[in-house]
Design a protein around this ligand. Sequence first.
Ligand code: ADP
Ligand code: MG
Length: 604
Amino acid sequence: MSMEQGNLSINSENIFPIIKKWLYSDHDIFFRELISNGCDAITKLKKLNIIGEFSIPEGEEFKINVLVNAEEKTLTFIDNGVGMTADEVKEYINQIAFSGAQDFLNKYKDKANEDQIIGHFGLGFYSAFMVAHKVTIDTLSWQEGAKPVHWVSEEGINFQMGEGDKAERGTKITLYLNEDSYEFSNEYRAKEVIEKYCSFMPVPIFFKNENATEEPEEETEVESEVMEDSIVDAEVTEDGKVAETKKEKKGPKPLNNPEPLWTKHPNECTEEDYKEFYRQVFHDYKEPLFWIHLNMDYPFNLKGILYFPKINTEYDSVEGKIKLYSNQVFIADNIKEVIPEFLMLLKGVIDCPDLPLNVSRSALQNDGFVKKISDYITKKVADKLSGMYKVERENYEKYWDDLSPFIKYGCLKDDKFREKMKDFIIFKNLEKKYVTLPEYLEAAKRLNGEENTEEVKAEVEETKSESAGEPKEEKKDTVYYVTDEQQQSQYIKMFKDAGIDAVFMTHNIDQPFITQLEQSDEKIRFQRIDADINATMTESSSEEENKELDKKKDSLTEAFKKALKKEMLEVKVMKLKDAKVSSMITLSEESRRMQDMMKMYNMY
Ligand code: ADP
Ligand code: MG
């Protein structure tokens, strides 16, 4: 049987409704796509310049202009990049999903290795049809003898093209907006979207409202005053900057910052730079505690800054924001497939052009490369924290209350993080000093060694063997803890009097954290300060007294069983050192944890 062969063809009339609906859930994203295409076009030209195929004319200022016209309901994007020849328009625009960016990279990848080209998917341009019923392109290629091209398409289904009249090199794209997308020709709405997606794109973006009767001169004057101040600053610090600032002063300011802080080397950034950048990006006027500047070229390219925000109270909802970029183009906030969940408590920016962002999110989650990236970020965070513990313990302690929920959450969520951080977890003790667990246990042992007399030890043994039937388990190191300083103040006092220390565990995260610590270290057990009477607090009694106490115990047990109608009940009678305390109700650690858990699940 002979088989017919061929390529599947896509009919644009069928595919467009699908693309429009599913390609991007946010319609405003066409701004990002069209502006990033302009950036790409300029980057390409710079590359051609580097490899000697093109020479940038003197005084050339690369930029992208965005023009809104609310009366005409149009939006225009103009760049002075490579432009396109008629053949290129046919190849890259008329053939959907044939990405010219990919083509360019393939062609020049050995010559210009630092690939900063944003496009990958070959669908970006068509996002214009999500908001416009008609789109025109006017373009003039950089190539010698190239003729300007005019291209127009209604609904992105068919097109007409011919010779145009564009006189300067570059591309101008005009969108005639659909009725339901008129908002994008509004100056403020347009600026808002540009800020969202394009704040850090690598080429200056200028904005113009074509309906504005006058140029906003007043604004420029005010700004130039501010500029003057910064010139004074600049003169003091750095010569090169002065000239730049002066030049800027004459022209309007771009909407974006083409050189965001993360693109610089950490050595070039001052503390104030980091704080300023934080305010600029997160509009958070509380200062961050500290930050990590990620700067990695190999084996993958990743740059960024992670900030540890200040958490004001225990009840503050800890919610950070990590913005993901690819070559300075905003991709999304809080992509949990890339950023480990517990790091979502931080605020920051991450630029990773190597991420395979053209795949679905579920594929991202299972991508080995993405996993490496997220492991790298986790490691950097752990390194920063442990480094701080080792060389700036004072600061570490100062920040601990803010850091601890984050670190504990990280330990719960991520084994590798826990492995790296476990020796650097500190606990506030009864003296309000910070100790690590080993430090706490060490102190407890010293205390036992000095104070516990033979008799007390014997007594401890006795009580142990009394707990009938239980297999003799290995002796565990007990860590006493306080969850509520006020409520447990009586116990705190007794502990202090007896010279026994305890640590504060007052945050919601502490209970699961304790459980995890017990699971990962079999020798440690945590016991709330009011769960039992510590042997050190009781006084040894003579044999006579013991008999007496036993009798009391029996009658009291009966009485309590009757009163509380409970069979499972244990009454202990002993002589306490502190004569002021006559009786105490304790609830065993296990029962209490069970109750807490049931409360949590509303079963109690
Ligand atoms: P991608 O950017 O992923 O390649 P797009 O649909 O955004 O896909 O663009 C398709 C191609 O059209 C680009 O790769 C580029 O070759 C060409 N193109 C689009 N916009 C411009 C522009 N402003 N200047 C020059 N070429 C452009
Ligand atoms: Mg593109």
